[in-house]
Design a protein around this ligand. Structure first.
Ligand SMILES: Nc1ncnc2c1ncn2[C@@H]1O[C@H](COP(=O)(O)OP(=O)(O)O)[C@@H](O)[C@H]1O
Ligand SMILES: [Mg+2]
Length: 296
């Protein structure tokens, strides 16, 4: 798979070790060899504290490991080098929407807040203004919000403004660290729409999430971190139907898979739903209906 295409992000034997060579040395992640290809949606899942956030902070140079190398497009982050060359270029390629990014809003208008990133990367004021309008609209907020004070918006709106601020930098790879945490179902749906739109626009997206329903719906690939390493990497259905690998984690299967599991317990003929691989309630309902019709 993807043999002729080189990965957009690659890690070579990347380990993340704290307090190295001290009595309290602690290996968080060990010898990771990961590949992320362009224009896909990746989900990184795993229990709290396994190192998901720490890992992605290495991808844009916010943290640096001496053990192993990372390659992001043509930029090499080498373990043997103390410093990363071209950090600014790296941050233009890959940007992170941190957890609760709305806490980082600080300007007096939404427009100024979104313009901050582009201005920082050297764009002219009028260009940054255009980007602010464009990305505000993209996250589903109209022009009236440009002059609003960010602090007067709802939680979900604030988060979308913060996301627009990252998108306005126009990175090729966007990392979302728990983007739906604390949002109501409607707010969650808006974020899903943004992620799907970004993929359609050719971006590469990495999402850290505990919401497996979301992972099943939108992920092309899932990476599961457990026991200091990536214990699974592949398609959502391959993970969620692998009971063996799920037992050591706190991961709760997506509701759609739970329903299929229940149906199969009662009647084996529903097992065909595993190969149908429904991702939405509508697809599941149609699949169940088709099985019932066949039985008649
Ligand atoms: N600078 C540090 N020194 C020592 N341990 C750290 C440091 N930074 C993170 N850790 C450890 O890494 C663990 C994983 O953190 P994190 O990446 O936030 O996990 P996750 O995002 O998967 O919940 C933390 O519980 C902590 O023990
Ligand atoms: Mg985290």
């Amino acid at each position: 798979m993807n043999k002729n295409i080189s990965p957009q992000i690659k890690t070579n034997n990347l380990s993340i070790i704290f307090s190295k060579n001290k009595p309290n040395q602690f290996t968080l992640l060990s010898k990771l060899n990961l590949n992320f290809f362009s224009n896909k949606i990746y989900f990184i899942v795993g229990n709290s504290g396994v190192g998901k956030t720490t890992l992605i902070n290495h991808f844009n140079g916010l943290l640096k490991s001496n053990d192993g190398d990372i390659f992001v497009e043509d930029i090499a982050i080498l373990g043997k080098n103390r410093k990363i060359k071209n950090v600014k270029k790296l941050r233009k390629i890959i940007s992170i929407v941190f957890q609760f990014p709305e806490y980082q809003l600080f300007k007096s208008t939404v427009e100024e807040d979104i313009m901050f990133g582009p201005l920082n990367f050297g764009l002219k004021k009028n260009e940054a203004k255009k980007l602010a309008k464009f990305y505000l609209n993209m996250v589903g907020l109209d022009d009236n919000f440009l002059q609003a004070c960010p602090f007067n918006l709802s939680g979900g709106q604030k988060r979308r403004v913060a996301i627009a601020g990252i998108l306005a930098i126009e990175p090729k790879i966007i990392v979302f660290d728990e983007p739906t945490a604390g949002l109501d179902p409607k707010g969650e749906m808006k974020i899903i729409e943004i992620i799907e739109k970004l993929k359609a626009d050719g971006k590469t997206i990495i999402v850290i999430s505990h919401t497996m329903d979301l992972a099943l719906k939108v992920a092309d690939e899932i990476l599961m971190i457990d026991k200091k390493t990536v214990t699974f990497s592949g398609k959502p259905y391959a993970l969620f139907t692998n009971n063996q690998i799920l037992t050591t984690t706190n991961i709760v299967k997506p509701k759609i898979i739970q329903i299929i599991d229940c149906l199969v317990q009662h009647d084996k003929s529903f097992a065909s739903l595993y190969s149908l691989q429904p991702k939405t309630i509508e697809q599941l309902a149609k699949g169940i209906n088709d099985v019932l019709i066949k039985k008649e």
